[in-house]
Design a binder for this molecule. Structure first.
Ligand code: ACO
Length: 361
């Protein structure tokens, strides 16, 4: 008997398509095509099942930088004219902008054109480099852009990228793009092109949306609301770089009082803890005041343990002075640092606890 039910997470196949020349220089382990969503329940329903097809493929491709879209729905067989057969395209259509291509040749031409024409919108706020995965080619650069609805073309760009929130964040939903107060940071890979001097291409990696809350009397509190790094780029430190870009931006803006996070997923909480701890461990004055002596290391991008004890007269203390971290922690001192570092209250408390444990270890 034919099974007419398809898992929508498996059927939906996503690709970030690069121009032919940009594909040619990719390293052996680099693949940005044919990956799958984690969730499709916001689109295809709680059970994440589509009824009425055999060998269903929902081929949704994005131009790697501009995120121009192409949609092709293919199947080996479709159940006859039953009213119970799901409308695959009609359902997905409600979540993506209407101007997607359905003609593959037209889409590939668009990819080639956008590879040189597309430039990120907004203001560059952070950049970093990594060695190229391809031998004898220059390092790969990464850039983070800050944008708002005021940046020309950004609203349309956001309409193309917001699908990733539904597909990768549990309980994620679309924001109201009529509402002011939203700010965005978008991360791109930037690669030099062979041939034309100075030619580069940008490839979308992920983004975060932030919301400004008024904070009495004249400041705003920045709430990180959504944060996604696409699967081909996950677990390579890009999320940490994007988070660092946001935190550094918050620190640099006198009108922003602190950075808070809305409903963090576990993996994000881990990312945040590691990066916040790294910030504190690298802050010589904070560590000096906290433990009486800064004796920390943080090599290789990984948080390592605080060595030695800061308390005079105790085993291993080696005569170091007693720091404000105690225990018990000096609360007024901690609050002053929390405000200076613009870290949210509960998060700072967690960090203090973690640092104390690491230090006692
Ligand atoms: N499970 C557990 N911990 C994780 C995971 C994971 N899947 N991914 C990252 N981390 C933690 C680890 O501690 C990691 O350090 P390690 O690699 O040394 O173990 C640390 O985060 C930093 O990892 P990065 O490589 O910098 O993180 P990455 O670029 O992979 O981004 C993120 C992590 C944002 C969670 C990404 O996997 C993602 O977008 N996932 C899907 C969407 C999502 O869950 N977003 C967060 C929702 S919460 C919110 O929006 C407020």
């Amino acid at each position: 008997m034919t099974d007419w039910t398809t898992n929508s997470n498996e059927a939906l196949t996503l690709s970030l398509v690069r121009a032919a020349e940009d594909k040619r220089v990719l390293g052996a382990n680099e693949s940005y095509e044919a990956f799958h969503p984690t969730f499709t329940y916001p689109i295809y329903g709680e059970d994440e099942k589509i009824y009425g097809y055999r060998d269903l493929v929902i081929d949704l491709r994005f131009a790697s930088g501009s995120l121009a879209q192409y949609l092709s729905i293919r199947h080996a067989e479709k159940l006859g004219s039953s009213s119970t057969v799901d409308d695959v395209e009609g359902t997905l259509k409600e979540y993506i902008p209407p101007n997607y291509d359905t003609d593959e040749t037209a889409f590939l031409a668009r990819v080639e054109q956008d590879a040189t024409a597309f430039k990120p919108t907004g203001t560059l706020i952070h950049s970093y480099t990594r060695p190229s995965p391809t031998p004898d080619t220059p390092p790969v650069e990464y850039e983070v852009y800050h944008a708002t609805w005021q940046d020309p073309g950004f609203r349309e760009y956001h309409q193309r990228m917001q699908l990733f929130i539904l597909l990768y964040i549990e309980a994620g939903s679309y924001i109201n793009d009529e509402e002011d107060g939203w700010e965005f940071v978008v991360l791109y890979e930037k690669r030099k092109r062979e041939g034309a001097e100075g030619a580069v291409t940008y490839h979308f990696i992920g983004y975060s949306s932030l919301y400004n809350f008024y904070c009495f009397p004249e400041k705003v509190r920045m709430r990180l609301s959504q944060f996604v790094i696409l699967p081909p780029y996950q677990r390579q430190g890009h999320g940490s770089e994007l988070y660092t870009a946001i935190y550094t931006y918050v620190l640099s803006q006198p009108h922003i009082s602190e950075l808070t996070v809305e409903d963090p997923a576990e993996a994000f909480e881990d990312l945040r803890d590691r990066n916040d701890l790294r910030t504190l461990l690298a802050h010589a004055r904070f560590m000096q005041e906290a433990f009486g002596e800064a004796d920390v290391s943080h090599g290789g991008g990984r948080v390592q343990k605080v060595r030695g004890r800061g308390r005079a007269g105790e085993g291993g203390g080696k005569g170091k002075g007693k720091g404000k971290m105690g225990p018990p922690v000096d609360k007024a001192w901690a609050e002053t640092w929390r405000r200076d570092l613009k870290i949210a209250g509960r998060q700072f408390q967690r960090l203090v606890e973690m640092l104390t444990l690491m230090h006692l270890d």
